[in-house]
Ligand binder design. Structure first.
Ligand code: ACM
Length: 267
């Protein structure tokens, strides 16, 4: 199957323009799975709760999920994308998984970063894994985590224990260490990882956040299969076999997940 990661610079609160930009980059994409960045339709560094409210949408039912459903149906591609979700009075920093048949799944970011902690509710859906299909009808298991979740090995581990072959990782990375850490997350869990990051700088008062690009696709042996540039607007595609993630044996005696000793660990 072909997996793709899209990197660009969203414009703050310019929802329709961001959707137009991604639509023009996707074109007639040839991929089974496409991952877009975190908060791709809104930008990241919210100036106020009102700004967040102006772009947060219900999932499903919002404009953005509707567009993702249309793109998935047109291209046959499963799409994972980060967006602000409005659920009653609460806002979540969510990732949505959209199948070409229109079915939608949601993940809500568990580990909130910096001022996200003041405007979003922490995710309450755990780390679910979903059965999806390639365009040729081959089934595989897809999990999601969002950006700063990378900092907590428990996130990728939970997805692997729930059976993920591939982890989609919409991101707005600020800290420099993630691109060197994701190969480890992939290796220690024997999964594929697809990190779709953004570029650019956003300002709030006298503070600014610069996003580091370097979107990355890693294989289950920790190999970096593709890495984008820091400031590149790009759609990177890699051919993989998702079932390669399933044999977690290291040798005749050791297995990446089966050798865990949870009874000895601190919880
Ligand atoms: C982040 O979690 N967006 C750094």
């Amino acid at each position: 199957m072909k997996i793709a990661s899209l990197q660009f610079t969203p414009k703050y609160l310019e929802r329709l323009e961001n959707l137009r930009c991604v639509e023009s980059m996707i074109g007639d994409i040839d991929a089974d799975l496409l991952v877009l960045p975190e908060l791709f339709q809104s930008g990241y560094f919210f100036q106020s709760p009102d700004d967040l409210q102006s772009v947060a949408e219900p999932i499903p039912g919002g404009t953005t999920t509707g567009r993702l459903q249309a793109w998935a149906a047109d291209t046959g591609t499963v799409i994972v994308a980060g967006l602000a979700e409005q659920a009653g009075d609460e806002a979540f920093n969510s990732a949505v998984l959209v199948r070409p048949n229109g079915e939608v799944e949601t993940y809500r970011k568990v580990h909130l970063f910096y001022e996200e902690t003041t405007i979003f509710t922490p995710g309450d859906l755990g780390f679910p894994v979903f059965d999806v299909e390639t365009r040729s009808g081959r089934s595989y298991r897809l999990g999601m985590m969002v950006c700063f979740d990378w900092y907590f090995p428990e996130a990728a581990r939970s997805l692997a224990l729930n059976g993920a072959d591939v982890i989609a990782h919409p991101s707005n990375l600020v800290l420099p260490h993630c691109p060197d850490s994701m190969p480890v997350r992939a290796r220690e869990n024997h999964v594929y990882t697809v990190t779709a990051n953004r570029c650019g700088t956003e300002e709030k008062g006298d503070e600014s956040l610069t996003f580091i690009g370097l979107s990355e696709i890693c294989g289950p042996d920790g190999t970096i299969l593709s890495r984008a540039g820091r400031d590149e607007t790009t759609l990177e595609t890699v051919e993989i076999d998702p079932h390669d993630a399933r044999d977690r044996a290291l040798n005749r005696y050791n297995d990446t997940l089966a050798d865990r000793r949870p009874e000895t660990y601190v919880h």
